[in-house]
Design a protein around this ligand. Structure first.
Ligand SMILES: [Zn+2]
Ligand SMILES: [Zn+2]
Length: 179
């Protein structure tokens, strides 16, 4: 198995390589990154946000068209929401191996703080591996430092380590069959 990451052209450039390398290392699986080939769908003008489940539909359609079985993560710059949530950092649809994360709320600038690329890289890594973790069969974890903990705020996201806890790590071993 192989993790495919698509990077939308307006997402912060230059971060693809470190992010991809680290997601691969956390989930112990090869990963590659390329420009986005999925049709951008689900943008809602009044909200200036993307309806994340609609975008997942588009990823699903792309995967189907290309008979792509491996997990696909799309990184976008627009803010995401889903029914019942004013925003989501990301969303995964495990049944079809499709996930999306947004960089919109991951920069310091969004919160009026000084920009820092290392902070931004760390957060995309954490969010990206969390969503791909779902695609690999992992559920949410109560350990606040684990990648699979579900953060509601940036502080909660920052408190996580760039690693799976011991239990999730063992679950991953159990779920993912070798090539
Ligand atoms: Zn989650
Ligand atoms: Zn865990």
């Amino acid at each position: 198995m192989h993790i495919h990451i698509f990077w939308d052209s307006q997402s912060p450039p230059g971060l693809q390589v470190p992010v991809t390398r680290m997601i691969s290392s956390i989930l112990r699986m090869p990963a590659s990154v390329s420009e986005n080939h999925v049709r951008m769908m689900g943008y809602v003008d009044e909200r200036k946000q993307i309806d994340a489940p609609v975008l997942l539909d588009s990823i699903q359609a792309y995967k189907h068209r290309h008979s792509l079985k491996d997990p696909l993560l799309l990184v976008v710059h627009q803010d995401l929401f889903k029914n019942g949530n004013s925003f989501v950092f990301g969303l995964a649809r495990e049944s079809v191996g499709a996930a999306v994360v947004s960089t919109a709320r991951l920069s310091n600038e969004y919160y009026g703080r000084d920009g820092n690329d290392d902070d931004l890289i760390d957060r995309i890594i954490k969010e990206g591996s969390h969503e791909v973790g779902h695609l690999l069969g992992l559920d949410h974890c109560p350990d606040h430092e684990c990648i699979m903990f579900k953060p509601d705020t940036l502080d909660e996201l920052d408190r996580k380590k760039k690693a799976l806890c011991k239990i999730c790590s063992e679950h991953l071993e159990g779920h993912v069959l070798p090539d």
